[in-house]
Ligand binder design. Structure first.
Ligand code: CS2
Ligand code: MN
Length: 349
């Protein structure tokens, strides 16, 4: 297991010198954030990320994310040029030593929550999702914004985009994903970069938009689209775990055995009536058994990148929702302990 930590670049209130002090974190997960989606990333920007990580005693070998332009997901005629740029970004990332690229294929909205400051009994705050609040919103009619809303769209653009997606079936989205993978995976294989799709979060359809990276059956179908191992997964336990139907230890073992998990986002999610809350990483604090998940990964021979995922805000910290320093650092420390215990337990048995 290679422990990593997500960093949002210079504007991130969390600094690389702080990340370096978290035990066992040797890999920085970041991206170029100031180039519009669909355009090629200047190599100098990637080189800068690489040297910043190295100056702080870590390496930059995981990108999260290279975002996929909506025209690719929609299958619009402009997609060929955009896919070519995507491939060029993979080549450029590889040229500075990147080994793994995380991305997602969710229409319009990335992770979506209804509350970014849900107060827990211990006074910490976390991200939360309550379905009833989502059900009360029609993004076509309401002038509302939610976390995950892409602020770069005007209200009209967002409306048009949503209406276009509503014409699309899940099968159409599968077709566009297959088209994308068919062009991108050979380039990734040539550069030896592992592509790791991130599951949809939450893993069901929102606002009538199709979502497909949601469950075991669909992950099987996804992997079969391009059987090359460079076509792999980000096992995000919180995203897949938002549905009680997903058996995470089973999926972790199965896909690790297939060599298809390149990146694991290990965190907790607490399923509640009508939604979920993102409690601390500990198994006892939510619905997922992190020990069983780590054990399944190890049993399956997993040796990819791991990072803690969304954390709570604790000790008065303020910052980017889900991405503060303290609770994610506690998450990393806890995960280190689980991996050490499972690895040593195997040797002794
Ligand atoms: C999220 C996502 O769960 C997560 O890791 O914070 O933003 C994730 O980074 C993207 O969906 C990956 O493309
Ligand atoms: Mn994740």
């Amino acid at each position: 297991m290679k422990m990593s930590f997500r960093w949002y670049g210079e504007t991130d209130p969390v600094k690389l010198w702080q990340i370096r002090q978290i035990p066992n974190v040797k890999h920085v997960v970041t991206a170029v954030y100031d180039v519009p989606v669909g355009e090629a990333w200047p190599v100098e920007k990637l080189q800068k990320l690489k040297s910043e990580a190295e100056e702080n005693g870590m390496c930059f070998d995981v990108v999260e994310s290279i975002p996929v332009h909506e025209d690719i997901k929609l299958g619009r005629p402009t997609r060929d040029r955009l896919i070519e740029n995507y491939c060029e970004n993979i080549r450029r990332c590889a040229s500075v030593g990147v080994k793994c690229v995380c991305y997602n294929f969710m229409p319009v909205f990335d992770w979506t929550r209804t509350d970014l400051n849900h107060v827990l009994p211990d006074g910490s705050t976390c991200l939360a999702y309550y379905q009833s609040e989502i059900d009360g919103i029609d993004p076509v009619k309401d002038d509302l914004s939610l976390p995950g809303w892409d602020a770069s769209y005007s209200r009209e653009e967002l409306r048009d985009l949503i209406l276009t997606y509503r014409q699309m079936t899940e099968e159409d989205l599968w077709e566009n994903l297959a088209y994308f993978l068919h062009r991108v995976i050979p380039v990734a294989a040539e550069c030896d970069v592992n592509m790791a799709i991130h599951p949809d979060d939450p893993c069901w359809s929102l606002f009538g938009l199709p979502r497909i990276i949601t469950c075991e059956e669909n992950l099987d179908r996804f992997l079969a689209l391009e059987p090359d191992v460079h076509n792999g997964l980000t096992l995000c336990t919180g995203s897949l775990g938002s549905s009680a139907k997903n058996d995470l230890p089973h999926m972790a073992k199965k896909y690790a055995e297939m060599g298809r998990i390149h990146f694991a986002h290990l965190r907790q999610v607490a399923l509640i009536d009508g939604g979920f809350e993102e409690h601390g990483h500990l198994s006892a604090d939510g619905s997922l058994d992190l020990y069983e998940i780590v054990k399944s990964l190890e049993d399956g021979g997993f040796d990819g990148y791991v990072r803690p995922d969304h954390g709570r805000m604790i000790w008065g910290e303020t910052g980017r929702p889900g991405y503060g320093l303290y609770d994610r650092a506690l998450g990393a420390a806890y995960l280190n302990g689980l991996f050490e215990a499972v690895e040593k337990g195997k040797k002794h048995s």
